[in-house]
Design a protein around this ligand. Structure first.
Ligand code: ZN
Length: 670
């Protein structure tokens, strides 16, 4: 049988999922690696003097065969993996790092790039940006180091690739292995129907019919902690969650090794710490700029979280409880106080957020802002029966690209939600339209009713999706979400604002049974409750940001026991005991599964400054103001990484961003 990876992509750009077999990957990777290296050799051996076109642009054209298999494989390791794929992943990840290292540390190739930099061609705009980024990526990979040091940097990156992959697999293993199995009766007291349904479905999927199973995945544990009356059961599942990565597996030695390898690599490259190294390539530029932002939010947020803790403790006492508030109580008593204060419970809200309605609401916002139309294409091949394919077109019918929605959780999918691309947009030799995917982990049921967090998640990932779809650049490596890491959350987070606008809610939030729009009174309650519990959520998030920075900024961070280091980092910022960081180190996948988000968990807050301030522009001029939407599309969404992000932002907003709107939105202004 012929290997679909060895053929050009179909016209749609969607991989031939209906023809891909497991056996095709290995062959495609081997040929992809070889072909890419041959292309690079040809660039190096070109007898002509190095020019932008015959070197940098030629590199941009290289590696297409490899990208075809990589884009499918990397997506499936996250969204539909199995033991065979995991085994191959362990094999391929280090190989890929070696392959990448062969190119990024090739002295002859670097010499040609440097010659282009020194050559004085009159490059402008996107071409100049591509040259700068290419040159910097070589320097950051060690191109200017001695042979010995460069080899060491490569060896470190290779070892890190393996370690961080293992870290993620350990988290998945521990997450899948834990199950809280409950019988009907006292143990399930307090759980509303939608939580019980979820527990029942999970039990059936795990061959335990008639029982209720809850897991440590976020969608399962959060509602359980919110409603389960039995305190010891909450404690049991919460502790299981915080033991992830240390229960059946042990991520601690991996963390220590990763942290010291990253530090060693940063020093070889001339940086004081891994944080300095990572931030040099971001909008924030320095660890100090990050700490400065975190501190500005941390102080008001500590005041607020102390007030919240006192409220919860008062509720406990008033309820006849004779114990101190602990981490596993937070969600439960917050829900009680919320209901008391706002007379609002998730169960009342959820019938208005049927998945299909929310999805159409997101499509509708994109249509009102940018004129885009999404049309289902059930005829197109997908990688799992739950995935739905859409065609996205401009108002005049011009094709923009294809968009896949993959909503439901399953054991083969990692936790969380994300956007990814099967193909990036570009316009080098021909117009290449993008193929974008959004993955979520909503519990599968019919109807599937979303909680408010899940509604925001859907809009958030859809925002990333638009960034990928509306990309309008020449070079693929500068397109879509290929932007500085602390800029990438702006398009996603700004979308969340529309999800909560009364005008928008009225149109998509319709009752699952009556189809009536959500009543004004409920919208009022939702609005009033938006800043509720922000002390807690801001604290758990910021604590994780500080923890990330501590691991990657402090000398010798990997030398001692992981628990001790974590405790010391939390003591240093004066965090209150009953709020844990959103992720503890042993399951902090953002920073230890892959390098990408290390010293970078702060990016959501950085981007929130931008999205809060940016959305103010829409508030000022009208949330669907055509000129503002056009400016946001042209200056932010279409530009990818072709222009410095602060310049892009200032062009859109007319000035630098301000932190006040963020504090106001979170209710943290005094
Ligand atoms: Zn995001």
């Amino acid at each position: 049988m012929s290997n679909p990876f060895l053929k050009p992509l179909p016209e749609t750009g969607i991989p031939a999922f209906d023809q891909i077999e497991f056996e095709h990957y290995r062959e495609a990777f081997n040929l992809g690696f070889a072909e890419h290296l041959a292309e690079i050799e040809a660039i190096i051996n070109n007898p002509e003097p190095a020019t932008f076109s015959n070197t940098v642009e030629a590199m941009e054209r290289s590696g297409r065969q490899l990208r075809r298999v990589v884009s499918v494989f990397w997506n499936l390791t996250s969204s539909d993996t199995n033991e065979k794929i995991q085994a191959l992943e362990m094999e391929v990840v280090p190989e890929y790092a070696v392959h990448h290292g062969k190119i990024s540390s090739n002295p002859a190739l670097f010499a040609r790039i440097k010659a282009v930099v020194d050559g004085g061609e009159n490059l402008k705009g996107e071409e100049k940006q591509l040259l700068d980024e290419t040159y910097q990526s070589f320097v950051r990979a060690g191109a200017e180091l001695t042979d010995t040091n460069r080899e060491r940097v490569n060896a470190i990156s290779e070892e890190l690739a393996g370690l961080t992959t293992e870290f993620g697999q350990n988290v998945l293993k521990d997450t899948n292995e834990f199950e809280l199995v409950l019988e009907a009766g006292e143990d399930i007291a307090g759980l509303p129907d939608f939580v019980l349904e979820m527990g029942k479905a999970e039990a059936e999927a795990r061959d335990k019919p008639g029982k209720y199973v809850f897991t440590t995945s976020r969608s399962s544990i959060t509602p359980f902690l919110q409603y389960a009356e039995k305190r010891d059961r909450r404690e049991q599942i919460y502790k299981a969650y915080t033991e992830c990565g240390t229960r059946g597996t042990d991520n601690h030695p991996i963390i220590q090794r990763v942290v010291s390898l990253r530090s060693e690599r940063a020093k070889l490259l001339g940086f004081q710490s891994h944080a300095d190294f990572m931030l040099d390539d971001r909008m924030a530029k320095t660890p100090e700029a990050v700490t400065n932002l975190l501190d500005q939010v941390w102080a008001p947020c500590q005041k607020r979280v102390a007030e919240e803790a006192a409220d919860l403790q008062a509720y406990i006492q008033g309820d006849g409880g004779n114990f101190e508030l602990e981490s596993w109580d937070w969600w439960y008593y917050t829900e009680k106080v919320r209901q008391g204060r706002f007379d609002l419970d998730e169960e009342e809200v959820k019938p208005y957020f049927r998945l299909e309605h929310v999805r159409d609401g997101a499509f509708d916002v994109a249509n009102k802002l940018y004129g885009i139309v999404f049309k289902p294409r059930p005829d197109l091949p997908v990688y799992h029966p739950d995935v739905v394919a859409y065609e996205a077109t401009e108002a005049d019918g011009t094709l923009i690209g294809y968009f896949l929605f993959d909503f439901f959780m399953r054991p083969s999918k990692r936790g969380g939600a994300w956007m990814s691309a099967f193909r990036d947009q570009s316009n080098l030799d021909e117009k290449v339209h993008p193929v974008i995917v959004n993955c979520c982990n909503f519990p599968k049921s019919d109807p599937c009713l979303l909680g408010m967090d899940e509604v925001r998640t859907l809009f958030h990932e859809f925002g990333h999706g638009l960034h990928g779809l509306l990309s309008n650049v020449k070079y693929e490596s500068l397109g879509g979400t290929n932007v500085k890491q602390d800029f990438v959350e702006l398009p996603s987070q700004i979308m969340e604002h529309w999800a909560m606008e009364p005008e928008v809610l009225k149109s998509y939030a319709r009752h699952v049974e009556t189809n009536q729009p959500i009543p004004d009174e409920l919208i009022e309650k939702l609005k009033a409750s938006q800043t509720f519990n922000q002390g807690f959520s801001t604290t758990e998030y910021l604590a994780a940001c500080y923890l990330d920075m501590a691991w990657h900024k402090e000398a010798g961070a990997g030398d001692g026991a992981v628990d001790d280091f974590e405790q010391a980092a939390m003591d240093q910022i004066g965090k209150i005991g009953m709020v844990d960081p959103r992720y503890k180190s042993s399951y902090f996948q953002h920073i230890f599964t892959g390098d990408h988000y290390s010293a970078g968990y702060y990016v959501y807050m950085w981007a929130e400054v931008l999205d809060a301030d940016g959305y103010e522009a829409f508030r000022e001029r009208g949330i669907f103001d055509a000129a503002t939407a056009k400016s946001f599309r042209e200056n932010i969404l279409e530009k990818g990484g072709t222009v410095d992000p602060m310049t892009l932002y200032k062009t859109f907003r007319g000035r630098e961003p301000e932190v006040q709107p963020l504090l106001k939105n979170r209710g943290l202004l005094a």
